[in-house]
Design a protein around this ligand. Structure first.
Ligand SMILES: Cc1cc2nc3c(=O)[nH]c(=O)nc-3n(C[C@H](O)[C@H](O)[C@H](O)COP(=O)(O)OP(=O)(O)OC[C@H]3O[C@@H](n4cnc5c(N)ncnc54)[C@H](O)[C@@H]3O)c2cc1C
Length: 390
């Protein structure tokens, strides 16, 4: 069976490509039983589809590869994306933190629109159709699963995060066998695990505006303690840098002069835990855990703290240091670090340099964004540019 175009993967980028491709229809092959499973999960089911800030500020939200996609983001930018959805009847709202959602707060509204537009544009979709082979014939047409041929193939298979959604990385060995370079996929936007994690019993406690550092990369934001790992936006956004042996440091109180406050304990008869909790507005259970780490009785009067004990407390509160053991893995990860090398595609069209007619878009590429709508924006931007040039 021959099609002019075949899209592999009916997720955010594949469907956006089809929705933006009138008169260029073809076939969509989707591995799962239904399209857009991950899109439905996005933003806790509410779909944070982009960010409302200046597109110039987007670049720093994609780690070290951000500058490489600058022109793609500028050309298919967030304002054009918002215009697209609004013109098609999806009203949007922008929260105070800049995150943009459908006003309905339903990811299903976004998915339904993309499916409807794809159908109206004449695209046929086959679900439960995993692509297990992709080869290039001597006439330069592509052959899929030894069943379909196509003049153009759009790879929109996502990465490896939450494999139960269908994005399980199964496309990477297939692309590798074509000679494309794949940066080894790793979980991103994922909790970070450390050696000797001391806060498992404090699961659920969160902190606002802490300063987290992983191997010199720094991020200010909220932090969440879980049973097994550090989480929350500040850690999730830095997790792309977390490798076994990396150093994770947390300053819980960047807006306090901790050392100075601890020097002013003279005459203070409160117990140390109550003193720390009140002075630094910390959860008391966390204060107790910090004291336990340096061997101080939480009932001991603050006035009786020794200089060495104050130094030890200052160190933990301003520079709690851990050796990273890894991350919580692809299961809970919201994105994938790694994928098809950006050097292998023309970043204005997302066409393969090696195989004209082969387009690679979305999270299959070696790009991952911070939380805040940056991943879906890239999925949509790359799909839009590929659709314009296919
Ligand atoms: C829980 C969660 C919440 C998120 N929330 C947000 C958010 O609010 N904002 C944001 O910007 N980003 C969010 N993301 C990230 C965002 O959803 C992804 O970056 C985005 O969906 C990537 O789009 P994609 O088209 O590249 O891949 P996907 O949306 O993952 O789609 C890929 C599709 O390809 C199919 N496929 C894979 N392999 C094959 C194959 N071999 N053959 C056929 N089909 C195949 C898959 O089944 C899947 O349907 C979230 C991610 C998760 C997991």
């Amino acid at each position: 069976m021959h099609y002019n175009r075949i899209i592999i993967g009916a997720g955010a980028s594949g469907l956006y490509f089809a929705a933006n491709c009138p008169e260029k229809s073809g076939l969509i092959l989707e591995k799962g039983p239904s399209p857009g499973k991950k899109l439905l999960l996005s933003g806790s089911g509410q779909c944070n589809l982009t960010h409302g800030g200046s597109i110039k500020d987007f670049i720093m939200h994609y780690g070290q590869n951000g500058t490489k996609i600058r022109s793609a983001l500028y050309k298919a930018n967030n304002l054009l994306l918002m215009k697209f959805f609004q013109e098609h009847g999806v009203k949007l709202i922008q929260r105070a933190d800049g995150k943009v959602f459908p006003e309905s707060m339903k990811a299903s509204q976004v998915l339904e629109l993309l499916i409807k537009l794809s159908r109206e544009n004449g695209w046929e979709m086959k679900t439960k159709s995993p692509v297990t082979s992709l080869t290039v014939q001597p006439d330069r047409k592509f052959c899929i699963n030894e069943t379909y041929t196509a003049s153009q193939v759009i790879v929109a298979c996502g990465g490896c995060s939450v494999p139960s959604t269908g994005s399980d990385g199964s496309i990477f060995p297939i692309l590798e066998s074509l000679g494309l370079e794949i940066a080894a996929p790793r979980p991103a936007l994922v909790p970070v695990t450390v050696q000797q994690y001391p806060y498992g019993h404090l699961s659920g406690i969160s902190f606002q505006d802490v300063c987290v550092r992983i191997d010199g990369h720094e991020m200010k934001g909220d932090l969440l303690l879980t049973h097994t790992a550090f989480s929350g936006p500040a850690v999730l956004n830095l997790s792309r840098y977390a490798r076994p042996g990396s150093t994770l440091q947390i300053h819980y109180l960047p807006s306090f002069d901790v050392r100075a406050a601890l020097l002013r304990t003279d005459g203070n008869r409160r117990g140390c835990a109550a003193f720390l909790a009140e002075t630094f507005r910390l959860p008391k259970r966390f204060a107790e855990a910090v004291l336990a780490q340096v061997g101080i009785d939480s009932q001991k009067s603050a006035a009786a703290l020794f200089r060495g004990e104050k130094s030890a407390l200052t160190r933990i509160l301003t520079c709690d240091t851990f050796s990273v053991s890894g991350t919580s893995g692809f299961g809970p990860a919201m994105a994938t670090c790694g994928g098809v090398s950006l050097e292998d595609v023309n970043l204005k069209t997302f066409e393969s340099k090696k195989y004209p007619g082969l387009f690679i878009i979305g999270e299959t590429l070696d790009i991952d964004g911070d939380t805040g709508g940056y991943n879906l924006q890239f999925a949509f931007s790359s799909a839009c540019l590929a659709a314009n040039h296919s």
